[in-house]
Design a protein around this ligand. Structure first.
Ligand SMILES: [Zn+2]
Length: 158
């Protein structure tokens, strides 16, 4: 299922406050359809109960926004270019990611590095099949080499 459009969801949540009970009914049905959530909102409840449910919707909207922002910040934080990861930004990102997600995050990062470096840096011809990571000047520099060049440089033992 596609992610619900945050703007559309916000518009629907605003309609829960409508004076028109039919509009409230339509809004909560559409919200339930798109998010599988209701937060206990019933279109014909007394105003105080509706307001309490709307507050739960508002809190949820804020939390969703925080999550989207955090994900964007993380994607922007780790500067990855030509196999160079900025170590300070990576460290900061690690602090923000829940422990159980770090492994998946690093895995994706390494995949990105691989895609960026599909060609050997030394000969620029053969596909890079060997990755050599060197810590230099506060940044990890990953050298992607073909096996022949890696052997020539003495980076590969085999
Ligand atoms: Zn090469």
């Amino acid at each position: 299922m596609a992610e619900p459009d945050p703007k559309e969801i916000a518009v629907l949540v605003a309609r829960l406050s409508s004076e028109d009970s039919f509009e409230r009914l339509e809004a909560i049905e559409e919200l339930a359809r798109q998010t599988q959530l209701t937060f206990g909102f019933r279109f014909n409840d007394p105003p105080a109960e509706r307001e309490a449910a709307i507050r739960r919707w508002s809190d949820w909207l804020k939390e969703q926004k925080r999550r989207r922002d955090r994900k964007q910040q993380l994607d922007a934080a780790v500067k990855l270019s030509g196999g160079i990861i900025d170590l300070a930004s990576l460290k900061k990102a690690m602090e923000e990611i829940p422990a159980e997600q770090i492994q998946g995050y690093l895995h994706n990062l390494l995949l990105k590095m691989k895609v960026e470096q599909s060609r050997c840096e030394a000969c620029h011809q053969r596909p890079a099949t060997v990755q050599v990571t060197v810590l230099k000047g506060g940044a990890y520099r990953a050298h992607a080499l073909c096996e022949a060049c890696a052997r020539e440089r003495g980076d590969v033992l085999a």
